[in-house]
Design a protein around this ligand. Sequence first.
Ligand code: ZN
Length: 385
Amino acid sequence: MSGLFDELVARYKVATIALPKLKAVTLAQWILESGRGTSGLATKHLNFAGLKWRSEMLGFATPVEFDAHDGLDFYCSFASLDAFIVGYWKFLSRSPYDGWEQRAADGPEAFIRFIGPIYNPAVGVYVAQIIALMAEATERLAKATAAPALPPPLPVAGAPLRIVIDPGHGGTVTVGGSSPNNATSPSGEKEKDWTLDIAKRTRTALLTRALHAGINVEVILTRETDSNKGLAARANIALSKQARLFLSIHFNGFDHQVHGVETWIHSINVNKDEDAAFAQIVQEKVLTALHAIDPGTVTDPKYDRKVKEKKLGVLNDIELGNTIAAHRCRACLVEIESMDVPAVEQLFRLHAADMALSQQAAGNRQKVADALADALLAGGGQGGQ
Ligand SMILES: [Zn+2]
């Protein structure tokens, strides 16, 4: 009997997953894959599912070379039991498993009959073995009472910390002052696509951090697809959700040469000091990430384009729900970099013919998203209401 595995079951029992009815079948899979938590991958790397390393796991796990039963390969190493739980579902969100949600509508067995042969094509009895372990998994989940492996959640008073992330631009037509696209990379990649990618990565990074820290966070994106929304409508989402933070994500474009990070707040502003403090955290975190991604920016201060202010419709206090009496929402807009500069495009591009370069760019976008998530968790601050 593995104490570690009991802890995992206890964490999984209370974890929030998209389809809770899949807990028993996935736990059954982990029982099989990890030998009830006794495998080397499980004990050394908290990888209970034999998850091999895939580039999409960046930010969720770290790659580790490991000699598992089917040979030396790179596998996922997880920082905590909760990181494994989040990482397992991230693994299934990759394209080979597209459609699992629809299959799951027919029940846990339909789900495992769909993913099993993709997961482990070599072993014909794999799915049957998992189904046979479902009774044990169900019983383990029912009995799990062990203390949480992580520190108990911080006390959360009432509502969750709500954060609105606004991927700039979108769609094909101007809506309410929001243009469909502004900056474009030398090869034709569009700002609206980069902002959406970074926004989604930031959401995942935020939720992962919140789960680790036991913080109750709700993240809302102003758009999920390549569509546009007016500037006031974007800000109004913060008002209707009673959000504490609003972050608009953009990329710049000037003259194919000038580049660096800048963060904007509204110049006419009832909570200017709070916005400025939030913007400064965003600016510093993104600049630090840029330094790590692009070491050439470290020595020259010109790449810190600072926190600045102007009248920006998307940061309008009235639309965000801020009044003199109630400073509900802190808001800023970050221009992560100038995507019209060829060297910057190389760092972040969505489409590269070369696989290694494509993975590197995805990793860089992830680093920016991680920096934004850190800034958002640090930017809620005290005070205000
Ligand atoms: Zn923009």
